[in-house]
Design a protein around this ligand. Structure first.
Ligand SMILES: [Zn+2]
Ligand SMILES: [Zn+2]
Length: 332
């Protein structure tokens, strides 16, 4: 019975077989961290096990003192922790993101953290690991959530740049993952002009460069002479409507997020060009992934739990909502 050695505890999902937590929301002795996003990678743990990339991200975001001690484990390597065998498999979410594969007593659980299935030029693709219990997110766990193909969203952006060339295209992106993926997708589409960055996005783009992801000519907005008419400018979503954006030439506000499928959210934020580009699985990807893992039981950590648990019943699998503390609507 996996629930006798893996279960939600006060500080997060706890593996009793190895005495460690996965993505705990407050400080613990021993944490395994799936990826560098703030709601998963919290500071203050004594010991953190993560991929080498996630370790670097935590050090850049939180400082060298992000944890007492880091231990890196590359994809595919395995490690004995207490009575558990632990390995990390690619999750395809952001660079270094991992599913935690835990085997104990002849049973296997896979804790996927956040993941997506479509090709992302900035990270290793998701790997299906067959298991007995699959622990999944459900950020976009409603049938209405179907993300568009990336290339068609990028084509809409490039068409707008061409037709509305007197305006700056100011794009709100999450700083870890979405920012670099959007740049890489633009480069793949042949866009080779400089791309302008808000200062808050620079350190993570530099780190991606260090980790071998080429992003082309990137420049800081603070170094620009003019008002960047007809240029692409990336900033955190919070900067879209603040004073900072006033220096731009009639900024055309763009937001790249899975939430842009919800028109009301786009309108609410004053977004003129919503791009549905997400780092989370959409509904068809969630269902396909669950089927491919062959897991008989699926635990849902956060997002639209009820709809997915209901769907699992229809698929003849046991579903369970974990209701973990500290996970709200994912930024995406
Ligand atoms: Zn994430
Ligand atoms: Zn998350």
């Amino acid at each position: 019975m996996i629930e006798s050695w893996l279960y939600p505890a006060e500080r997060g999902l706890y593996c009793a077989a190895g005495d460690f937590y996965i993505d705990p929301h407050s400080p613990v002795d021993r944490a395994v961290v799936t990826h560098g996003h703030a709601d998963h990678a919290r500071p203050g743990h004594d010991h953190v096990l993560a991929t080498p990339e996630t370790t670097r991200i935590m050090q850049v975001r939180l400082g060298e003192a992000a944890a007492g001690r880091f231990q890196s484990l590359s994809y595919g390597e395995s490690l004995r922790i207490g009575a558990a065998e632990v390995s990390l498999a690619p999750a395809g979410h952001v660079i270094g993101s991992a599913q935690v594969v835990i085997t104990h007593g002849g049973e296997r659980a896979v804790v996927s953290g956040d993941y997506k299935r479509r090709v992302d030029p900035t990270c290793t693709p998701f790997e299906v690991v067959p298991c007995d219990v699959f622990v999944t997110e459900a950020t976009f766990g409603l049938p209405v959530f179907r993300h568009e193909p990336d290339h068609s969203e990028i084509a809409r952006l490039l068409a707008s740049l061409e037709h509305v060339s007197e305006r700056s295209h100011l794009i709100g992106v999450y700083g870890l993952g979405k920012c670099q993926r959007l740049i890489a997708l633009l480069r793949q589409a042949g866009y080779d002009k400089p791309i302008w960055l808000h200062g808050a996005l620079v350190a993570m783009c530099d780190l991606y460069g260090e980790l071998g992801i080429a992003l082309g000519d990137l420049r800081q907005v603070s170094d620009a002479d003019g008002a960047l008419a007809g240029e692409i400018v990336l900033c955190p979503p919070s900067a879209l409507n603040d004073r900072w954006s006033r220096r731009m030439a009639e900024p055309l506000v763009v937001l790249a997020s899975g939430w842009m499928r919800v028109r009301a959210r786009a309108r609410q934020r004053g977004v003129e060009l919503p791009l549905v580009i997400s780092d989370h699985a959409d509904w068809p990807e969630l269902i396909a992934t669950i089927t491919e893992t062959q897991a008989e039981e699926v635990w849902v950590t956060h997002g639209r739990e009820e709809a997915l648990v209901h769907q699992l019943e229809l698929m003849g699998r046991r579903g369970r909502a974990l209701a973990l503390v500290g996970r709200e609507d994912e930024p995406d």
